[in-house]
Design a protein around this ligand. Structure first.
Ligand code: HEM
Length: 417
């Protein structure tokens, strides 16, 4: 039933009309830098990716068909890949989370100094989780129109804001408060004003483009930003593990520092679980109806970390766990070097001092212990939110996670608490 006053379009239609107008105007000159992202996003966030009408996705697809060179500009290409994944039948975890648009660090970041790694990683979290604080805070004040369904009540929303801030507390200490004591509770508005000044235009653009929910349930915003924050952490941890392997190969004691830093980030990552615990179960099941086919079993970041620690056993490598991440599986099959091997070889050469080698072994043990705890926390989350239901990645769900949770992180180094 149309409850709008006569003559007034439904909001959905108003947003579709705004999109069509902007898009037609853009097609005249069709320049990548002027692409009308804002009306596309307004429409996607108003309806949910799953419900965007075909004429709209046809128009977006026309960019790729008729304006080839423009559509190959990296940012526009990444955006269209994420926005049209369902239309193309390519929808998966990476496109759901818009990972390509977030431009996480790759192998080239291995050369960065520890301070620069810390700064870039903390800023990435500030961008992602800070945007979540802004969304929740504005919704709490009645100033947010996006994803309007199943808003949490004020008590839950406030708890969530405090948990996001708690999750990023170590980054806040490093970026802002440094040696000063951070107040027990952070004032969200003060924090948002400060964050605004810290971020670059590039960060802001990345944040604006990387929210393409499948539906319009409020909690999906938190789900997406939290997944992205986990992925940012995995990406930086992989950079540090690569760095540690390179250092070990060169008998360079800085491998120890890299592993300490990787451990710090893995420990801090666990702070995201209590935040996810504020998700409303009914809200999760509501938007999950449209996420079939996108599962974090396809997280290349997580599997990269796992496979950098040691070569997975044949059984795991040939299972759905690695079928879901073909590029990572190919690296392993091509003989990717691992931390476990690099450490064993360094020990044999005996060029590093005994205290350094012992320190490295201890850090590896702590890393293994933390990853096992990460899996346990994840399993508990899945139990709570899924119960008996299967996963969106086509496993049987909780029984699958229970069967993989104790796989040793290293074969030759014992996990420590
Ligand atoms: C309510 C939240 C969540 C639920 C219910 C859930 C559930 C599941 C399930 C059932 C699987 C098995 C694959 C499948 O069939 O989909 C899985 C795999 C996985 N999930 Fe989650 N998950 C949740 C949140 C997360 C988060 C926030 C992350 C962080 C990135 C994550 C990372 C992973 C990873 C890495 C795997 C692959 C594990 C492996 O293959 O060993 N999950 N999850």
């Amino acid at each position: 039933m149309n409850s709008n006053p006569p003559g007034q379009m439904q909001p959905e239609l108003a947003e579709t009309a705004a999109f069509s107008q902007a898009f037609e105007a853009w097609e005249g000159a069709a320049c990548a830098a002027d692409f009308p992202y804002a009306p596309v996003l307004a429409l996607y966030q108003r309806l949910g990716k799953h419900f965007v009408p075909e004429p709209v996705t046809d128009s977006l697809n026309r960019v790729r068909k008729d304006h080839g060179p423009v559509a190959r500009a990296p940012r526009l290409r990444a955006f269209l890949d994420c926005a049209l994944d369902k239309r193309d039948g390519r929808y998966d975890y990476a496109s759901y989370c818009a990972l390509e648009l977030l431009e996480f660090p790759g192998h080239q970041s291995v050369a960065l100094s520890p301070d620069e790694v810390a700064r870039q990683r903390d800023l990435a979290l500030l961008a992602l989780l800070g945007d979540l604080v802004a969304f929740e805070w504005h919704a709490l004040q009645g100033q947010e129109t996006r994803l309007p369904q199943m808003r949490p009540d004020a008590a839950l929303a406030w708890k969530r804001v405090q948990r996001v801030l708690a999750a990023m507390r170590p980054s806040l200490v490093r970026l802002r408060w440094q040696n000063d004591a951070l107040p027990g509770k952070i004032d969200p508005q003060e924090y948002l004003d400060w964050r605004q000044a810290m971020l670059s235009d590039e960060d802001r653009t990345r944040m604006a483009l990387s929210i393409l929910p499948v539906h319009v349930v409020h909690d999906e915003y938190m789900f997406l930003r939290t997944l992205q924050a986990f992925e940012a952490n995995f990406a930086w941890i992989a950079v540090l593990l690569h760095g540690a392997i390179q250092a070990l190969d060169a008998d360079d004691g800085r491998a120890l520092q890299k592993l300490e830093q990787a451990n710090t980030y893995l420990r801090e990552t666990a702070r995201l679980f209590p935040l996810l615990g504020t998700m409303q179960v009914a809200a999760f099941h509501d938007f999950r109806r449209f996420t079939e086919g996108a599962s974090a079993i396809q997280s290349a970041g997580y599997k990269k970390v796992e496979a950098l620690c040691r070569r997975p056993d044949a059984e795991r490598l040939n299972s759905i766990a690695y079928a879901a991440v073909p590029a990572v599986r190919a690296s392993v099959q091509n003989g990717q070097h691992t931390l476990e091997d690099a450490f064993a070889q360094a020990k044999e050469r005996c060029c590093l001092s005994a205290p350094i080698l012992d320190g490295i072994e201890a850090e590896m043990g702590h890393f293994a212990g933390q990853l096992l705890r990460w899996r346990q926390a994840h399993l508990q989350l899945a139990r709570r939110f899924l119960g008996e239901k299967g996963g969106t990645g086509y496993t049987e769900g909780v029984p699958y996670l229970a069967s993989v949770k104790d796989i040793p992180v290293f074969q030759t180094v014992v996990a420590r608490s």
